[in-house]
Design a protein around this ligand. Structure first.
Ligand SMILES: Cc1cc2nc3c(=O)[nH]c(=O)nc-3n(C[C@H](O)[C@H](O)[C@H](O)COP(=O)(O)O)c2cc1C
Length: 182
């Protein structure tokens, strides 16, 4: 086995594929913006917390700082086209919610809704934010979680859902239809 050396800037690609989600944040009381994010991960089990890394120029960055809450919507391959679209256009330029045709479900603990088309959704309250190079790491406490019936039993039933994984350079893959224990 031999290695090739690659510039450290490829770190982001060497850590992919990554589960890709839609972040929903309120623009105002009646309007929600959607942004695609691959840099999202759990960081605490109790209390349940996630971290999401968002560049300051994104509309979503401004909206999360303004509202101090957001939802994370975990999507399946059925909506790959819409998920990619939400990652290529800013909500400052287009109404991504109406363009995708996604519909909203009222959250139980926060004002920001989640997507009915999601396979799972997390209601998050902003707990902290840390500048990390050219991104901001938002830490969110998960105050409520939802998952579609029939695809989850303490973990995803991996043969019943094809989650979206981002590889990089506009390429996606999906979760395998089988799992293995080491
Ligand atoms: C698959 C994919 C994953 C992305 N992941 C992130 C991410 O984790 N953080 C980020 O700041 N931008 C990410 N982006 C870029 C934003 O989604 C994109 O700039 C979007 O248009 C910003 O929307 P907004 O201005 O409405 O917030 C990603 C884009 C794609 C296509």
């Amino acid at each position: 086995m031999s290695f090739i050396s690659v510039p450290p800037r490829y770190t982001i690609r060497l850590l992919h594929p990554k589960l890709t989600v839609l972040v929903a944040a309120l623009v105002n009381e009646h309007h929600v913006n959607l942004m695609t994010a691959a840099w999202c991960m759990p960081v605490s089990a109790s209390p349940p917390m996630i971290a999401i890394s968002i560049a300051p120029r994104r509309f979503t960055h401004e909206l999360i700082l303004r509202n101090r809450e957001f939802t994370i919507n975990i999507m399946s391959m059925e909506h790959l086209k819409e998920v990619h679209y939400c990652g290529t256009v800013s909500g400052r330029a287009e109404d991504k919610l109406s363009r995708t045709g996604f519909t909203l479900e009222k959250s139980s603990k926060i004002r920001t809704p989640y997507l009915r088309e999601a396979v799972a959704a997390l209601e998050c309250v902003l707990a902290n934010s840390v500048r990390a190079g050219d991104h901001t790491l938002f830490l969110g406490e998960v105050v409520e979680a939802h998952v579609r019936r029939g695809i989850f039993d303490r973990k995803y039933l991996i043969d019943r859902v094809d989650l979206i994984l981002y590889v990089g350079e506009g390429e996606y893959t999906t979760t395998l239809k089988s799992t293995k224990k080491p």
